[in-house]
Each structure stands twice: as C-alpha cells, then as structure tokens.
Design a protein around this ligand. Structure first.
Ligand SMILES: Cc1cc2nc3c(=O)[nH]c(=O)nc-3n(C[C@H](O)[C@H](O)[C@H](O)COP(=O)(O)OP(=O)(O)OC[C@H]3O[C@@H](n4cnc5c(N)ncnc54)[C@H](O)[C@@H]3O)c2cc1C
Length: 466
C-alpha cells in the first residue's frame, strides 16, 4: 500500500519549527511537526519541580525582541510577558563590580583608568559607527584597535573565550556589534522580560493553536533519514516507518541535519558549509533559599572558575513562577566535543558548587535546596570571518526542502527572537503553490509575515556581557 502523503513536514519542535508550523498552518497548509524528544521548545525546554516548571537553560526576552513578541501576540499571550529592570556584574579577584553605565565603568578598578576610558570610547564609537564591513574584520582586531591591547586582553578576551573557547579568534566584529546592541539597546537601562507560567506556557499555547489550525504534532519521533524518492517526494524515515511529504522545513542544527540527508536529496542540494561547528553549554541550576546577588548576570571570566557566568533569573522572575526559592544558573560554554560533556552530574556538582561558595563565601550548604545539571551540545554556531557569505541558504532543494536553523540566524543573536526572524526569512522564500490545504474544519488566518528586521539597533550603553 502506498504511504499517505502529507503536505509539509517541519522537522524540530524548537521555536523555529513551532513558528514555521504556526505560520504555515495559519495559511491553511497541511502541516506535520516532528520532534525527536518528548517535549516541544528545543533549547527553551523545561522540567517540573515542586508543582512548577523551570527552564533547563536560563531564558528571558528583551524589549527589542519584536518578531518574537509578535508571535506571542498572535498566540494571544503577549500580555502575559512581564518586564523588569535588571543589572550586570563582573567578578574580579573575589570582588563583584556592577557594570551598568559610564559611572560604573569609571570606577572599574581591574582596568587602569586610561583603559576604562578606552572601553567607554569603544561603546560610544559603537553607537555611532555602522555595521558596514564588520563581517570581514575580526572582533579581536576591532576591539583591540578601539580599546587597546591591554584592555582587550583583560576585559574583552576573557568574555569572548567564555562564549567561544579557543575559537574566538575568527569571530567577526559584526557578531559582537549585534550582540552588544541587543543587550544594551534600551535608553532607560537594561530591562528583561519573562512570561507568567514560564516558557512552558508558550509551548502549551503553540500546541493548542497549532491543533486548532489543523496541524499534526508528533513527539518522540526522532527522524533517522530524509531523502527524495523516485517520484521526487520527500521521504522521512523514523522509528514508525517511512512517511512521504510534498515539502519539508528542517530546523535542526546543520551538523545534526547533515547526518540525515540521503543521496538523492544531497545530489540536488548546494553544499552546506559543513565547517559550521557549534559550541555547547553545561548549566548547573541551583534552587537557593536566599538570594546570591542583586544582578541578573555576573560574568566570572577568570580561568580558575569552572563556569563563566552566574545567572540569577529570580532577579527577574515573579514569586508566582518560582515559589519562595531563588533560582541561579551556573553556565559554561564548551566546544560540543569537549570531554567535560561526558562528566557525570556528580563530578560537575563536586567541582562547581565549592567554586561558587568560594566566590560567594556567604553561601552555605544549607542554603541550597537542590541542584540539577543540563547539557546541550548544539547552541552557538562558531562564526568565521565573512560569515554572511557562509550562511546556509533558505532553500536547499528547489521548491521542496527548506532550512530555518541557528546557523542562518547570524548576524542576529542566537535567541528565540533570532530563530523567529530566521523562520520568517525562510517562509518568505518558500513556494507554497503546491502545498495541500489543512483538513476541512481547521481554523485558518491570513498569513502576514513581517519584513525581516535590520540586524541591530544603535548601541546606547557602554559595558555589555558577550
Ligand atoms: C544556556 C542557554 C541560554 C539561552 N538564553 C536565551 C535567552 O535568554 N533568550 C533567548 O531568546 N534565547 C536564549 N537561548 C538561545 C535559544 O534557546 C536558541 O537560540 C533557540 O531555542 C534555538 O531554537 P531553534 O528552534 O532554532 O533550535 P532548537 O531549540 O535547537 O530546536 C531544534 C529541535 O530539533 C529537535 N531535533 C534534533 N534532532 C532531531 C531529529 N533527528 N528528529 C526530530 N527532531 C530533532 C531537537 O530536539 C529540538 O527540539 C539560550 C540557549 C541556551 C542553551
């Protein structure tokens, strides 16, 4: 018997796949969303603890996340986002320095006074300069020229290493410029947003709306291969067998997708930049009985710390979303092949928690309610000089196979907002003339894809975490 043909398959149930499915279903297309794990949300996924849900990896929104906020509007939950001023701290030789403006920078004694001025001028210059040509200049060169070699080595380099390890040398200044702007784009100071009920509220709402629009959602359905059959149909193999589709949107990170592509499909595709590599992340999540710092983020870039940052999300989140506990994520970016990914949870706890106590001597064992370790190998693409030319195309096989993944998000910062922007870019080039309609009775709406945003807003503030 010939397998049933569905119209459009969306691979991956992270925010990119969810957005693609939402917008395609809104146009009345017959969509099947296929997710390998048992949850939607991808890197923004969550777990349950004591009657509430918490993200495995710290997540927040920024006021500049317009495209994401428009998706939340479309889902009817935009008003559930709440905003709060937040601050940034920098740990140096056991002292915690607030770094939230010009005055803080002037008092930042780890740098000689002249270097503080140069770092400040870097910020001011970044506000005035356009991003033109920055894709072909390394962040190292750009920042060294502006801040000087000493300030680069002491201030910027440790923060770049914290993100890209020893692969920061090639990262274009365009990435840095965009990231700098995203974090500090607010004239009234840093402000972050979270949603009542946590990110689970977003994915639950996606499920409800997608189903009402006739979409099919498959969880725990890891795709094993994708190819074109003799009729040029898309053939997707999972544990449950082979299914045929007319079109496909893949949202998996490039190295994961590469492994799935069969020979017939590959023959019709442009060569993907197989050198796109990824940094992964280990997060140690601590529930504490009292707060640790007043800051949302404390950079801990000195090499003696096993983590690069202390992210206290409870400085942002409401008590209703976390109970009385205080929520702290210790975070470490590592190359996805790093042997520390293979460390068991206990070994990580044994190294990281005493290091945290050393950094914050007031923290006692009794203050720790419990802790959890989470690992994600595919988080941040490692960008190279001229990355704009290396971005994989949105259309992989003409009229049939499309891509909307984190390797294309550049120069926008990898984030839920960045993935929504990329999903919109991909949907814009999709040829939907042959796509089958959704089953009758499904509610549909007119598709309005907002124009992709410019790469970044102007820089307003001086210091920023990378
Ligand atoms: C520590 C950390 C902190 C972050 N902080 C923030 C933040 O504060 N704000 C923010 O906006 N963003 C943040 N991000 C980034 C954000 O989570 C990601 O950029 C975004 O989630 C990427 O979404 P995506 O859909 O493009 O990819 P992913 O979320 O990676 O989704 C890909 C999906 O594909 C599925 N998949 C993989 N292989 C298969 C297969 N073979 N078959 C079927 N399914 C498969 C995966 O299970 C996954 O669900 C953070 C990320 C991390 C790790």
């Amino acid at each position: 018997m010939r397998p049933v043909t569905h119209s459009i398959a969306v691979l991956g149930g992270g925010i990119s796949g969810l957005t693609c499915a939402l917008r395609l279903a809104a146009q009345g297309k017959c969509v099947t969303l296929i997710e390998g794990s048992d949850q939607l949300g991808g890197l923004g996924t969550f777990f349950e603890h004591d009657g509430r849900t918490f993200e495995k990896y710290y997540h927040c929104m920024l006021p500049s996340d317009g495209p994401l906020l428009r998706v939340l509007e479309e889902l009817g939950i935009r008003d559930d986002v709440y905003w709060k001023p937040t601050t940034f701290g920098y740990s140096h030789q056991g002292r915690l320095f607030p770094l939230n403006g010009a005055l803080d920078l002037l008092k930042f004694s780890p740098l000689p006074f002249l270097d503080r001025l140069r770092v400040g001028i870097t910020g001011l210059y970044g506000r005035l300069v356009s991003d033109k040509g920055l894709d072909n200049v390394t962040t190292v060169k750009w920042l060294t020229k502006l801040s000087g070699a000493r300030a680069f080595a002491k201030f910027w380099q440790p923060m770049l290493e914290a993100k890209f390890g020893d692969r920061y040398h090639d990262v274009p200044a365009l990435w840095f410029w965009t990231r700098f702007n995203r974090e500090k784009g607010e004239s009234k100071g840093e402000c972050k947003g979270y949603i009542s009920g946590g990110y689970k509220h977003i994915t639950d709402t996606f499920v409800r709306v997608l189903r009402s629009r006739g979409a099919t959602i498959r969880l725990q359905t890891a795709v094993q291969s994708i190819d074109l059959d003799e009729d040029e149909r898309i053939s997707i193999t999972t544990d449950s067998g082979i299914e045929k589709f007319d079109q496909l949107v893949a949202t998996l990170p490039t190295p994961q997708l590469e492994k799935l592509i069969g020979p017939a499909m590959r023959a019709q595709m442009p060569a993907l930049d197989t050198t796109t590599d990824y940094q992964g992340v280990i997060n140690c999540l601590l529930f504490l009985k009292k707060p640790l710092t007043p800051h949302y983020w404390v950079a801990t870039p000195e090499s003696q710390h096993p983590f690069d940052g202390v992210v206290e999300t409870s400085t942002l989140t409401a008590t209703a979303d976390r109970g009385d506990r205080h929520v702290v994520y210790l975070t470490k970016y590592l190359h996805r092949g790093d042997e520390r990914f293979a460390q068991d949870d206990e070994s990580i706890r044994t190294a990281w928690i005493p290091a945290l106590k050393k950094l914050f001597p007031q923290l006692q064992d009794d203050d720790i309610e419990t802790s959890f370790i989470f690992r994600a190998p595919f988080v941040e693409p490692i960008y190279k000089l001229g990355q704009m030319q290396l971005r994989p195309p949105e259309e992989l096989v003409r009229g049939k196979v499309y891509l909307a993944n984190t390797a294309q998000v550049y120069p926008v910062v990898t984030s839920w907002n960045g993935s929504v922007i990329q999903a919109e870019r991909t949907l814009e080039v999709m040829d939907l003339t042959s796509a089958r309609p959704a089953p009758s009775g499904a509610r549909t709406t007119e598709l309005k894809i907002p124009k992709p945003q410019p790469a970044a807003q102007p820089l307003r503030r001086v210091a920023a975490k990378v």
